[in-house]
Write a protein that binds this ligand. Structure first.
Ligand SMILES: [Zn+2]
Length: 417
């Protein structure tokens, strides 16, 4: 059997399985239950957070043959549910507006087609992905159909950039906003997959994968796949960091050890080692800030519950590390590293910037808290560095001076006669 990507294999099969979007699924399920479903929905939200999956679940809910009418709990096993899952349902029409942008595509695939009754189900569902990519003419031609579609038609327009969808279309749709997954949500979704795939994985490793997914359920599953391709034995934090090229906590602790010991030479050596192994300075700075943040939380929190994706052992280690710094010192270090991350845009000397930030962070607290000018905060340049001087004095001829200044577009002083 052909290999199926994890995010496709483990697409949510019912509304309950869809993690992190309860506010959307509640609205849709209530609408189905009360028979007050809108005729057009606009699903907005970042990529990989479940918009297309939800649209397909809605199609199943409307057409499930196990119930006598639309149901909030489609069975997932009847011929209709199966066809929708396999992407072979004739009455669920998916269109990718990124590749089919023109008026002819819309006319052919939607407007002409929508007039006919569904072939094998109760409703026809049109799912238009990346709808903001449609041309203006295509949107115009769609307007009438979206405003008053035949009673057997429901539109689901999905977009990552809702502001690019014309207001005339937006105002005719019910808008539902999808959220980026939180870290616990992403971890829960990954757990579901590794359990089903029978992969041994430590909680820290899952948290690191979730973090790298940056809020996208699809991206985090793709990263899990990448890590599994690297090593299919048990996954731990080091394996994850090696597979995705990010910076592991052990390396961070070593670097922070050098910073805490106020040993500038050690700081430069450690930073150099990291850069020479090919790590990106942005990743190093971001990982350092992540570790410092966890240390700060471990220092001020009552117990390990404060860091949900962290084992009690790692929490103890973080707290021990944090005990070497004062709270305001940790805050000031976060400030220095955050500033360095912002300055990366202004310079090509990334290694120097990292070394400078780390040596600043390793200074005693008194100096650390003192303000220092940054690359991006430069002194304003004087308006006229070499101010032109007239070849005569104001006292000898004020009118001549006025004309002289006008010619040079300089402000003319008010001449008291
Ligand atoms: Zn069904």
């Amino acid at each position: 059997m052909a290999y199926v990507a994890l995010y496709r294999k483990y697409r949510s099969q019912n509304f309950a399985e869809l993690i992190g979007q309860d506010h959307v699924t509640t609205v849709l399920r209530n609408a189905i239950r009360s028979g007050r479903l809108g005729h057009a929905y606009l699903f907005c939200g970042p990529r990989g957070c479940g918009k297309t999956t939800t649209a397909r679940l809605l199609a199943r809910a409307l057409n499930c043959m196990a119930a006598t009418g639309p149901t909030p709990d489609p069975c997932g096993e009847c011929p209709s549910c199966t066809r929708i899952r396999e992407g072979t349902a004739i009455d669920v029409i998916e269109m990718d507006a990124a590749s089919e942008t023109g008026i002819d595509d819309v006319r052919e695939k939607i407007i002409e087609n929508a007039r006919y009754a569904p072939a094998e189900s109760r409703m026809k569902i049109y799912i238009i992905d990346e709808v903001h990519d449609l041309s203006l003419k295509a949107f115009d031609s769609l307007l009438k159909t979206i405003e008053e579609p035949p009673s057997h038609v429901i539109f689901v327009l999905a977009t990552t950039e809702a502001h690019k969808v014309p207001i005339t279309i937006r105002s005719r749709c019910q808008r539902l906003d999808f959220r980026r997954g939180t870290l616990p949500d992403l971890v829960r979704n990954l757990e579901r997959v590794v359990t089903a795939e029978q992969i041994e994985c430590t909680p820290e490793a899952l948290a690191a994968i979730a973090l790298a997914g940056e809020g996208s359920f699809r991206d985090s599953l793709s990263i899990l796949e990448q890590v599994l391709a690297f090593s299919d034995a048990g996954l731990d934090l080091e394996v994850v960091h090696r597979a995705i090229g990010s910076v592991g906590p052990e390396t961070m602790y070593e670097l922070l050890d050098a910073v805490a010991s106020d040993d500038l030479h050690a700081v430069f050596v450690k930073a150099g080692e990291l850069v020479e192994t090919g790590k990106d300075v942005r990743q190093i700075l971001s990982a350092l800030q992540g570790t410092l943040r966890d240390m700060l939380v471990a220092r001020i929190a009552a117990g390990p519950e404060a860091l949900p994706n962290c084992s009690p052992e790692r929490f103890a280690l973080l707290r021990e590390q944090a005990s070497r710094f004062r709270t305001d010192q940790l805050l000031a270090m976060l400030d220095v590293l955050g500033g360095a991350e912002r300055e990366l845009r202004f310079t090509n000397q990334h290694r120097l910037l990292l070394e400078r930030a780390l040596s600043r962070a390793s200074r005693p607290l008194r100096l650390l808290l003192a303000r220092e000018p940054s690359l991006s905060r430069q002194e304003p340049r004087p308006l006229h560095r070499h101010r032109p001087r007239p070849p005569f004095s104001l006292a000898s001829s004020p009118r001549r001076l006025g004309r002289w200044r006008l010619r040079r577009r300089l402000p003319v002083p008010c001449l008291a006669m």
